[in-house]
Ligand binder design. Structure first.
Ligand code: C2E
Ligand code: CA
Ligand code: CA
Length: 765
């Protein structure tokens, strides 16, 4: 059982992982991946947007540097005094220093300025604020050459946005903020291996006072390196961190570059800076908390799934246990069924099996050839048992079985129904004489000696025969007739057989008398009493209730068992009045003991009577007792009646508040399946199981199984017929809820009940 459960546990685990855990985990994983990649791509997008914007700003600033250079030149290049000074045969270079070179260096941070005369020969030079020999120009001449040509109008290429070239209109898209008269060429260039902006501007008068000399103007050549000063300025104005100009790019993480291309397509260098990464910053700020949130979510999911798994597993396990209990019970049932129908010593059918075969014969017979039931009782068997012991007795019984069987056909049934009692069903025989001759042969065969344990043993037999359909009747009637005939055979000298005859039968007479007397007793409420048997809790210490049991003190015959007169009352319909009277009496006792439950037996016949439920309910209500205090005991035969009337009566009674107990559980057809179909509150395990405790392992196993099944179905389980302390101890351990039996008390009068309760309370105290 344990291994079965753990196997289901594994199966359950695999199923649970497949149907719940995996999908939930996959879902959680997908969600996490989606959330993270969305966050990530949003961050990257933000970074890209920021980078684009910075690059745009750098572009504007770099172009601005070109404009600024040209604009700073125009202040001195388009100026009468400078032009006039240069036209002098010996210009005053000191004046030039003060008004042009130093000015441009100091105010506009030019790194180098040169002046070229009309023949493009250098006449003035200032580098880093120091006057230098004009020949220094030759060091940068190659870089300046294309711009000099452009400014002179010797260029054949199209203008760049910064040029004011003779013959070309000012570029409409130009951002150069020089004066409209300025003619210049401005561009990026690599000078002395460094990225730079260079501008060449014609020096012209700014008023008509000085005569222009077109084509002969001097040129001002100005250079600014895009070095750390420039980059520093960018860093300040554009908020670029780590901005610098470089010739070559070296890949650095997070760095962004802006290419500096001259208008002739030469890549002069790059402006490089550390890119602003707002997205990355957000990502960095959010990732840990997002990770934490996801972790928390996963943990919650796992906890949830574990919780659900526990719940489901518990459910699965109790279902499993119920199933196991049910299976076990079924197995026991099958085993019990076999044991119940076979005699282990001889292998012959037993009394129950024989009875059911006779039932079938009765049901199938329609007055054809006679058949018969024979009861065989051995004479002197007890003596054999006493002298040769149980072993000898058993061997004798086996040999008797052999001889009886040898005289029967295969259609006949030989059964052992008691210690030394056999029952034989002789199937259809031509005549009564034929049956008589078989019986005679049996007597003769059993008269022959038996060889037991080395000695010869002589016994004999008495046989009673009941024929069908000589008089009819059911199984019990046939058995009773055969029994009566057998006793007659014994009484008349043994070792012979007798057919049942009418004159032997006193029972018919007896029943008629009983019916008459019972009618009388009921009409006058005479000699009838209800006694009450206490029902105890499992420990046997506390009284839980009583069962009402009918008693009849017959004026001539003395006390009669209800088992004798209740069937008569059922056959004649007297049971209706009798049953209701018992209920009324029981209600009186119920009112005297309001905390105890009172059980009342109901006959199956009562269920089929009209208005039965209404009458029962009315009697209880009129007496002032509560239906909740009354327990109605019904037998399995009531449930077996697959009759809607019976079933709805049961339902209605339960609906009215009565509890229903299933009496004599295990004796009838003992199929447990119908327990599911009917609503009962309690099972009363039959006394025959209780009495077999300690005698057969089977009884104990069945009691265990019934208790487990009952509890699994939510039913209370009572054991009847508890007579010994050993039985009580076993039943208590087995888990019975209530116990009833002579060990505690027989059924007693209501007055004696008061005494019982008093002494019981004392004992309990
Ligand atoms: P039952 O309902 O199974 O009642 C239990 C029977 O077992 C009672 O026999 C009781 O006296 C007997 N008993 C109780 N404890 C023990 C014990 O420890 N050992 C032994 N050997 N017997 C014990 P009782 O009173 O003779 O009743 C026999 C049956 O008659 C009842 O069986 C019940 O089926 C029927 N009966 C009794 N009163 C009524 C009644 O008012 N209405 C109907 N319809 N049937 C009744
Ligand atoms: Ca009962
Ligand atoms: Ca019973």
């Amino acid at each position: 059982m344990r291994s079965r459960i753990s196997k289901t546990g594994n199966r359950f685990g695999a199923r649970y992982i497949g149907t719940v855990v995996m999908p939930v985990l996959v879902m959680a994983l997908c969600l996490t991946i989606f959330a993270f990649s969305a966050l990530r791509s949003a961050a990257q997008q933000a970074d890209r947007v920021a980078a684009d914007k910075q690059a745009q700003e750098v572009g504007v600033a770099v172009n601005g540097a070109l404009d600024e250079l040209a604009q700073s030149q125009s202040g001195v290049a388009i100026w009468d005094p400078a032009v006039s000074e240069l036209r002098k045969p010996k210009p005053d270079w000191n004046w030039f220093d003060n008004n042009v070179g130093t000015w441009l260096n100091f105010v506009y941070a030019h790194d180098a300025d040169f002046v070229l005369q009309a023949d493009d020969g250098p006449v003035y030079g200032m580098v880093n604020g120091q006057r230098v020999s004009p020949t220094a120009f030759f060091r940068i001449a190659s870089a300046a050459r294309p711009l000099v040509d452009a400014a002179r109008g010797r260029s054949t290429r199209p203008p760049n946005p910064h040029e004011r070239l003779p013959g070309f209109p000012a570029n409409p898209g130009s951002t150069a903020r020089t004066s409209p008269s300025a003619i210049h060429a401005t561009d990026f260039a690599t000078i002395a291996g460094r990225p730079a902006v260079i501008s060449v501007m014609r020096m012209i008068p700014d008023t008509p006072k000085v005569k222009p000399m077109p084509g002969k103007e001097p040129l001002l050549v100005s250079i600014r390196y895009l070095g750390s000063r420039f980059a520093g300025g960018l860093a300040k104005t554009q908020f670029l961190s780590g901005a610098r100009a470089v010739r070559q790019l070296t890949p650095t993480p997070g760095a962004q570059a802006f290419p500096l291309d001259s208008s002739r397509g030469e890549r002069v260098g790059y402006i490089v800076w550390q890119a602003d990464q707002p997205g990355r910053a957000v990502w960095r700020a959010m990732a840990p908390s997002a990770g934490l949130a996801v972790g928390g979510l996963l943990a919650a999911l796992v906890a949830l799934m574990i919780g659900v798994a526990k719940l489901l597993r518990r459910d699965a396990r109790s279902l499993e246990q119920l199933e196991a209990a049910h299976l076990e019970l079924k197995a026991r049932e099958a085993q019990a069924h076999h044991l119940a129908y076979h005699d282990t010593l001889t292998g012959l059918p037993n009394r129950a099996f024989f009875g059911s075969v006779v039932d079938q014969m009765v049901a199938a017979s329609h007055g054809q050839d006679p058949w018969a039931v024979l009861l065989v009782d051995l004479d002197r068997f007890k003596q054999v048992n006493d002298t040769l012991g149980h072993l000898g007795g058993d061997m004798l019984i086996q040999q008797v079985a052999q001889r009886l069987k040898s005289l029967c056909s295969s259609a006949d049934i030989v059964a052992r129904i008691g210690g030394d009692e056999f029952a034989i069903l002789l199937a259809a025989r031509g005549s009564r004489d034929e049956i008589a001759s078989i019986a005679d042969a049996m007597i003769a065969a059993l008269r022959q000696p038996f060889e037991i344990l080395g000695t010869h043993v002589f016994i004999g037999a008495s046989i009673g025969i009941a024929c069908y359909p000589s008089r009819g009747g059911d199984r019990s009637e046939l058995m009773r007739m055969a029994d009566i005939a057998m006793y007659r055979a014994k009484a008349e000298g043994r070792d012979d057989f007798r057919f049942f005859t009418e004159d032997m039968d006193e029972s018919v007479k007896f029943r008629r008398e009983i019916e008459q007397d019972l009618r009388e007793a009921i009409t006058h409420k005479r000699d009838l009493h209800v006694h009450y048997q206490p029902q105890m809790d499992a420990s046997g210490a506390t009284v839980i209730g009583f069962e009402a049991l009918l008693r009849w003190d017959h004026p001539e015959r003395g006390p009669l068992s209800p088992q004798v007169f209740v069937p008569v009352a059922e056959d004649t319909g007297l049971i209706r009045e009798l049953g209701l009277w018992v209920l009324k009496e029981a209600c009186g006792v119920a009112r005297a003991w309001p905390t105890l439950s009172i059980a009342v037996n109901l006959s199956p016949v009562q269920f089929r009577m009209r208005d039965f439920v209404e009458e029962v309910t009315a009697i209880v209500r009129q007496s002032g007792a509560s239906p909740a205090q009354i327990e109605l005991e019904v037998t399995e035969s009531v449930l077996l009646d697959d009759d809607e009337v019976v079933r709805s009566a049961l339902r209605d009674l339960r609906g009215a508040g009565f509890r229903i107990a299933l009496d004599d559980f295990g004796t009838g057809y003992s199929s447990l399946s119908y327990l599911n179909k009917f609503e009962v509150d309690k099972i009363k395990i039959d006394r025959s199981f209780t009495s077999r405790i300690g005698e057969t392992a089977d009884a104990a196993a069945i009691i265990y199984a019934v208790v487990r099944l009952g509890h699994a179905m939510g039913l209370s389980v009572t054991a009847e017929g508890v007579e010994t302390a050993e039985q009580k101890a076993f039943l208590e351990i087995a888990g019975c809820n209530e116990l009833q039996g002579f060990l505690f008390s027989p059924a007693v009068t209501p007055e004696a009940l008061d005494d019982f309760m008093r002494t019981h309370r004392r004992a309990a105290a």
